[in-house]
Design a protein. Sequence first.
Length: 313
Amino acid sequence: MYRTAPLGKRPRWWTELPLIAVVYGLYSAGRLLVRGDVQTAVDHGLSILDLEKTFRINIEPPLNRLFTDHPALGIPADFAYASLHYLLTPAILIWLFRRRQEHYRRLRTWLMISTLIGLIGFTLLPTCPPRLLEAGYGFVDTMAQYGSYGWWGGDASAPRGLGGFTNQYAAMPSLHVGWALWCGAVLWRHARSVWAKAAGAVYPLAIALVVMGTANHYLLDAVAGAAVMGVGYLLSRPALRLAGRIRARFTGPDGAESREVPAVVSGGCETAARTADTAHRLREADASDQIPRQPARGEAGDSRTDDAATAAR
């Protein structure tokens, strides 16, 4: 029988926290520094809108009017857009770390790779969101419309006065949708409560409607966000294998990937039957050493014959 040894060592918070902070810092810095040319971003946004019109999938305008005309929808949507992206995702990461450590490393790697791919998308394809297009295109920025209800200003979801610290043209792909899809998949697969699984199924769809209804993303932005997560998922296992090889090279066999090792069923302890058998054999050995060996019948006859011959002589 064989058992599979764990991959490397269990993750520790003092190594995980800096790693996540570095990836998130790269993501934030990249969105900030790679702003691109405004006209190029506008052209990309209009191209996406034209493509959606060609295939009659431009569902953003009616959704935006619905959220604009009904504050009961628009205000909660703005709060969701401005906060859940930054609260629920790390909360699920912490939950995985504490309760599902056997899955944590793979799921964390999935999220990180997808985030870095999204950063590449922001760099190569700066895109103007619908809310920043000219008024003639019919979009209303709900974050600005309902800004008095929250902490955000007119610059996306950034707090008032901090709009200069965000890249408003980082719309393609939508990582709001991508991260929501990751959260939903994790809850659906690893949560035990029926309500948590249901929330995992509903959450990505709800965020997709929110990002379009608030005029922060196009439908194709949301589709691209889901595609990025799919690519990140496919790359997560090869990335872990590569990390295992690198760890093994620098830390020795203890850092190597899982390998087949013989399993010791008794855990290194003698079983009762085996102990009794061993003791029985030891007693037999002791007895054979202490009791004189009795000659066989033929041997005894030969001995008496020799004695008689000796006496006669």
